[in-house]
Structure formats: structure tokens, C-alpha cells
Write a protein that binds this ligand. Structure first.
Ligand code: NAD
Length: 486
């Protein structure tokens, strides 16, 4: 594998982009990594048409064949891991640890998992019913089965933070269920997704089953959302864009899976293991520079342990060297772009203007180049401040104090988001009780670790629908009831 293709992947062919190419920039060096195809809206529509043409063949292929193809994709991702990791790093700015452990291997795991799921029966057996005669039909025993049918053509629109992992989380279960897909990656780091298209080609995925279109603006994604050939939008990204897509897709009754923004609360009670809580919350700095939708970015701390926890967090931030992601010692790499860094800095300044205190960080790191933001801790934050309400998607944690459980729950639930919250307490019965009061799709008790068997998704403005584990198969299928006389 060499330089990724500079063409889009459409109906099993490499096609010249109608709009030329645009530069993809390394966020650590500000140098150009490569050029990506600028597809037109019309080419995005053609990709949807190609996926539609391939649908019937793929949907009716044997589960064993689909499983085999997905398995081959997983094997090839593993084979090309050493080529992919440097490209992932160059495009995303991920540190060595994040790029080598969390980007490619998780994508492999997802393709392997859904290769197995592809073999599962799509039928749900139902007991026969004794039905009396009616003017509609004679009576008798009526048998039935519920069948999970593929939805059709799925447009997979993904964000920049984990390009391959997000893609795998959509494409693998969608293909396992017999759907065909058009992938539209984020404009900032699409080159590894074009490499993925090469892998798809090598794996022998039939033409049109997987298509990839890229572009620097919104036109390609918007064209897919509007295309009459697309049956479902699987979107991961910001709530603002999700809302726009939802409005457009709703007009055509397109199925939607929406994985959107978050503003995770970590409630720390007075009986919590504070070291554990601090290292969990500190992951907002240490894991991909806080560009994580599930990050515990709001530390809600019982007033009696507030100062102790803040001290531990300040200490933790001090052990997070910021800099070149290629150095093994670096913990915090750059943000994806200058505009994302500027947004984070502006939001921090807004917080300070509203009365928050910078306990650590807050200044742009002194590095010659790259889009870096320092791990930052803001204290004295109140629930109404923008820093307590808006998503940073950067290495910033805000601390809010509470006096009792009710207040903690009220603050935690007091944003439009509801993706991932955390409860730290020595009393796990209480932690569980509090978890059930949180309006959040996921809750971690005394851990920020993920369990990948769980359904993943958001309450409120954090999304619609669930994926991950076996639940993703439901997201990418329609239920069809079939009945017959006994
Ligand atoms: P974004 O919303 O700016 O972009 C996401 C994708 O949507 C990109 O591919 C973009 O080109 C495309 N897009 C933009 N406008 C469009 C339109 N009008 N029609 C169709 N497509 C359009 O998000 P981002 O900045 O890439 O990623 C950060 C956001 O993603 C954060 O809000 C984060 O919380 C969220 N996120 C959520 C999850 C989750 O699972 N809930 C996971 C990762 C990231």
C-alpha cells in the first residue's frame, strides 16, 4: 500500500473527482499530508445510485458469504496496520498510544465482530395464534415470524476524531445485515478512509456495496441526505449538524441513527476514591486531547471534597506533557485544526469572563507549530455558564460544587445533552440509584472504561437510536412480519 488514492470510490471503480483536490493538513506540523478528492454533489448522488443497484445482490447473498467478506476486511486492516497507523497520526494528530491501540485495532475488532453476527439468524420466532373467523378471513391457527430485513442504502456520515473506528461501527453492522453503503468521511482526515476503500476493493466486496465520496464542504454529505436512493442516514457528529440532517431526512421518512454531542458529568461523592475519580476525569486531557464525545468534562464534586479533588486534578494535568504526537512521552497532542483550537480558547475566555477561575492551563502552549491547547481546569463554574453548557471537544474540564444528591442530579441533567455520565462513590448501591436518575444513555460507575457489548447512544440532544454490540444489528434493519395459515 502506498499513497492513498486521490480518487473517489464509486461502483467498484476509482473515479476522478469533479471538483479537483484539496489539502489535508497535519495538525501537529501544519504541513500538507496529502490531497483529498473534492467530489461533487452529483457524484455523491451517483454513489447512492450505485449502492442502490448493488443492494438486491448483497441483501440476498448468503450470510456465510457476507461473513467471509467482512472477515477478509478485518484481516486486511490488520495486514496494513503498520501503513495505516502513521497516516492516522499524520491526519488526526493522535498520539502514539491512541493511534496504535485505539484507532486501527478497534476497527479490526468491529469488522471481526460483525463477521460473526452476519451468521446469526435474522428470524424471530413467534407462537401461532388461534384466530376466530371474521369478515376479513376464515379463522384458524395463524403462524408468524418477525424477520429483520436490511433497510437498504445507508449513508454513513462520520466525524473527524476516529475516522476508521466510526466508519467501522457503521459499515460493519450495516453490511452484516445486508445493506449497502456510501461513506462520507469528515473533511479533515479522509485519507485513511480512502485507504479503507482500497482494502474493501482488495477484499472482494462486490462493486457498489461500499462507496466512498469525500469533500471539503457540506455538499457531498447534504447530497446524500437528499438523495432519493438513500434509505437511512447513519450520522455521527455535532448536534447542530445532526439537527440539520434530521430535518432534511425526516421529510423523506429516511431512517436515522444519530450519534451526537455530549457534555459528560462525573459526579464525585464525598465517599469516592478520589484518585480513581481524578484519573477518570483526567482522561479528558489524556485521551485524544478531549476530542471524545463521551469525555467526563464536567466534574460535579461534593463540596466537602472539592478542594482535595481539584488538587489531584491539578497534579494530574501536570503529568500530561503536550507536544509532538510522534514522541512516546507525549500525552496531549494537537486539536484537529486552528479553528477548533480557537473555538476552545474562546470558550475558555468566555468562562473566565463569566467568573470562572483557571486552576491550571488556559494558555496556548509555547510550541512553534501545530494546533495545540493546554490541559485546562476551570473552577468556580456555575451551571448557567456557557462553559458548563457547551461542548468543548478539547482538553478542558470544568468543576462545579454540589451539596447533596438531588443537586448533583439536577446539575448533571441540566444541559441539552445526555450521552455519557459517571458516578464515583464508595457506596455502589447509591451510585446505581443515582445512575438511574441521570438522563443519559450511558453511565459509568467508578470507571471510565467502556463495555462494548452495551447499546451505545444518547438521550435528549445527544442522539437518536443505539448501536454497538448486537444492538447495532437492530439499528441497521427493519422488522418485517410474515404470517401464514396454520
Ligand atoms: P460535524 O458535525 O462538524 O461533522 C460531522 C460530519 O458531518 C462531517 O463528515 C461533515 O462533513 C458532515 N456534515 C456537515 N454538515 C453537513 C450537512 N449539512 N449534511 C450532511 N453532512 C454534513 O462534527 P465533527 O466536528 O467532525 O465531530 C465532532 C462532533 O462529533 C462533536 O460534537 C462530538 O461530540 C461528535 N461525536 C459524537 C460521537 C457519538 O458517538 N455520539 C462520536 C464522535 C463524535
Amino acid at each position: 500500500m502506498g499513497v492513498p488514492s486521490s480518487r473517489i470510490y464509486l461502483a467498484g471503480e476509482w473515479v476522478e473527482p469533479a471538483g479537483g483536490h484539496y489539502d489535508v493538513v497535519n495538525p501537529a506540523t501544519e504541513e500538507v499530508v496529502g490531497t483529498a478528492p473534492e467530489a461533487s454533489a452529483q457524484q455523491a448522488e451517483q454513489a447512492a445510485t450505485a449502492a442502490k443497484a448493488a443492494f438486491e445482490g448483497w441483501a440476498s447473498a448468503s450470510p456465510a458469504h457476507r461473513s467471509e467478506v467482512l472477515g477478509r476486511v478485518a484481516d486486511l486492516l490488520t495486514k496494513y496496520n503498520d501503513d495505516l497507523v502513521p497516516l492516522v497520526q499524520a491526519e488526526t494528530g493522535a498520539t502514539m498510544r491512541v493511534a496504535s491501540t485505539m484507532q486501527v485495532p478497534v476497527a479490526v475488532e468491529r469488522f471481526s465482530r460483525y463477521a460473526r453476527h452476519a451468521l446469526e439468524s435474522s428470524l424471530v420466532a413467534l407462537p401461532p395464534q388461534a384466530i376466530d373467523a371474521t369478515p376479513l378471513a376464515p379463522g384458524g391457527l395463524v403462524g408468524a415470524v418477525a424477520r429483520r430485513a436490511p433497510v437498504g442504502v445507508v449513508a454513513c456520515i462520520t466525524p473527524y476524531n476516529f475516522p476508521l473506528v466510526n466508519l467501522a461501527g457503521k459499515v460493519a453492522p450495516a453490511l452484516a445485515m445486508g445493506n449497502t453503503v456510501v461513506i462520507k468521511p469528515a473533511p479533515q482526515d479522509p485519507l485513511q478512509v480512502l485507504r479503507f476503500a482500497e482494502i474493501v476493493h482488495e477484499a472482494g466486496v462486490p462493486a457498489g456495496v461500499v462507496n466512498v465520496v469525500t469533500g471539503s464542504g457540506v455538499d457531498t454529505g447534504a447530497a446524500l441526505v437528499a438523495s432519493p436512493d438513500v434509505d437511512m442516514i447513519s450520522f455521527t457528529g455535532s448536534t447542530a449538524v445532526g439537527r440539520r440532517i434530521g430535518e432534511a431526512a425526516g421529510r423523506d421518512m429516511k431512517r436515522q441513527l444519530m450519534e451526537l454531542g455530549g457534555k459528560g458529568a462525573a459526579i464525585v461523592f464525598e465517599d469516592a476514591d478520589l484518585d480513581r475519580a481524578a484519573s477518570g476525569i483526567g482522561s479528558t486531557w489524556a485521551f485524544h486531547s478531549g476530542q471524545i464525545c463521551t469525555a467526563p468534562t464536567r466534574a460535579l464534586v461534593h463540596r466537602s471534597v472539592h478542594d482535595q479533588l481539584v488538587e489531584k486534578l491539578v497534579g494530574y494535568a501536570g503529568f500530561c506533557p503536550v507536544g509532538d504526537p510522534l514522541l512516546a512521552s507525549t500525552v496531549v497532542g494537537p486539536l484537529i485544526s486552528a479553528s477548533q483550537r480557537d473555538r476552545v480558547e474562546a470558550l475558555v475566555a468566555e468562562g473566565v469572563g463569566a467568573g470562572a477561575t483557571v486552576a491550571v492551563g488556559g494558555q496556548r502552549p509555547e510550541l512553534d507549530r501545530g494546533f495545540y491547547a493546554a490541559p485546562t481546569l476551570l473552577t468556580g463554574v456555575t451551571p448557567d455558564m456557557s462553559v458548563a453548557q457547551e461542548e468543548f471537544f478539547g482538553p478542558v474540564v470544568v468543576v462545579l460544587a454540589f451539596d447533596d444528591e438531588d443537586e448533583a442530579v439536577q446539575i448533571a441533567n441540566g444541559t441539552p445533552f445526555g450521552l455519557y455520565d459517571y458516578v464515583f462513590s464508595g457506596d455502589t448501591a447509591r451510585a446505581y440509584r443515582v445512575a438511574t436518575r441521570l438522563r443519559s444513555g450511558n453511565v459509568g460507575i467508578n470507571t471510565v472504561a467502556r463495555n462494548h457489548e452495551t447499546p451505545f447512544g444518547g438521550f435528549k440532544h445527544s442522539g437518536v437510536g443505539r448501536d454497538c454490540g448486537a444492538f447495532a444489528l437492530q439499528a441497521y434493519s427493519e422488522l418485517q412480519s410474515i404470517v401464514w395459515p396454520g
